[in-house]
Ligand binder design. Structure first.
Ligand code: RIB
Length: 290
């Protein structure tokens, strides 16, 4: 079966990653163990994860005119994501200050920079959305742009998958256009049953407990987590979501299993975009665990 083509309309950041044995308490100064800059941003991470998982992927977003921009663009190109719709706007690129502790847990502060300038979608961007199998969005760019992209997709039979992160109240016209919500348990709680019940397909990631799915008639599917040695969970959710978009047409059970393997593998490596596995690696892990 041919994998889905995916257009991601979303964010791209440079991640400024500090590793530390434990998270500092408020007001406390502690010594870290390492520092690295590495490409990230939920939109770009998910686009790269989808491309590495075997999808035909295009990215719509913006970088600034700073020194990070070139590396961010190149990261998309290296992963064979179509970066034709990556705009350059005056000012800084998006950045994320990330702290990762010895258990692989993270905390993240995003400063949107160029991502906040993704406003009107061009004719060619709208055409790319209309021609794709899946539109995949997150909430690190202006929500009116996400809404416009989703509404356009839904009128052209492009499946709309939304990872509503960072969680915020969703406007009605966005909820009405979404086919698949991909949330973690915190986002699930924050959105509430009123919103979730209006979307046909809800996928909830459960960390070390795997993932669950609820379909349009209340049917449920569960995928257990695969056992791996986690070193950094930063890119896991994005690897899961990108792979899920690519495999969605296989049906919920297979798509969740495939995405779960991608997410698990992403925790075994440091970084966000760089951590997502290839299709071959995902298939090999699934073959070993079956
Ligand atoms: O989901 C992880 C991502 O969140 C990081 O790469 C960071 O840039 C933020 O967008």
């Amino acid at each position: 079966m041919a994998e889905n083509s995916v257009v991601v309309v979303g964010s791209i950041n440079m991640d400024l990653v500090t590793r530390t044995s434990r998270m500092p308490a408020p007001g406390e100064t502690i010594l870290g163990t390492s520092f690295a800059t590495t490409p990230g941003g939920k939109g770009s991470n998910q686009a790269i994860a989808a491309a590495k998982a075997g999808g035909d992927v295009a990215f719509v977003g913006a970088v600034g005119d700073d020194t990070f921009a070139l590396e961010l663009r190149q990261t998309l190109v290296d992963a064979e994501v179509d970066a034709e719709h990556l705009r350059e706007v005056p000012g800084p690129s998006g950045v994320a200050a990330i702290t990762v502790d010895d258990d692989g847990q993270n905390s993240i502060i995003v400063v949107a920079g160029a991502n906040s300038h993704v406003h009107d979608l061009t004719e060619s961007e709208l055409a790319a959305i209309a021609n794709a199998d899946v539109l995949l969005c997150q909430l690190e760019i202006p929500i009116h742009t996400v809404t416009a992209a989703a509404r356009h997709a839904s009128t052209h039979d492009t499946l709309v998958m939304l990872n509503p992160s960072p969680a915020q109240t969703l406007p009605d016209d966005l909820v009405d256009a979404v086919d698949v919500l991909v949330v973690n348990e915190t986002e699930e709680r924050q959105l509430g049953e009123d919103t979730l019940s209006r979307v046909h397909h809800v996928v909830t990631t459960l960390g070390a407990d795997g993932a669950r799915y609820r379909g349009p008639t209340g049917e449920r599917v569960r995928a257990d987590a695969l056992t791996v040695d986690a070193v950094d969970t930063t890119g896991a959710g994005d690897a899961f979501t990108g792979a899920l978009a690519v495999a969605w047409n296989r049906g919920p059970q297979e798509a969740l299993t495939f995405a779960g393997a991608a997410g698990a593998l992403a925790t075994t490596r440091p970084g966000a975009a760089a951590a997502s596995p290839t299709r071959k690696e995902i298939d090999a892990l699934l073959a070993r665990q079956s």
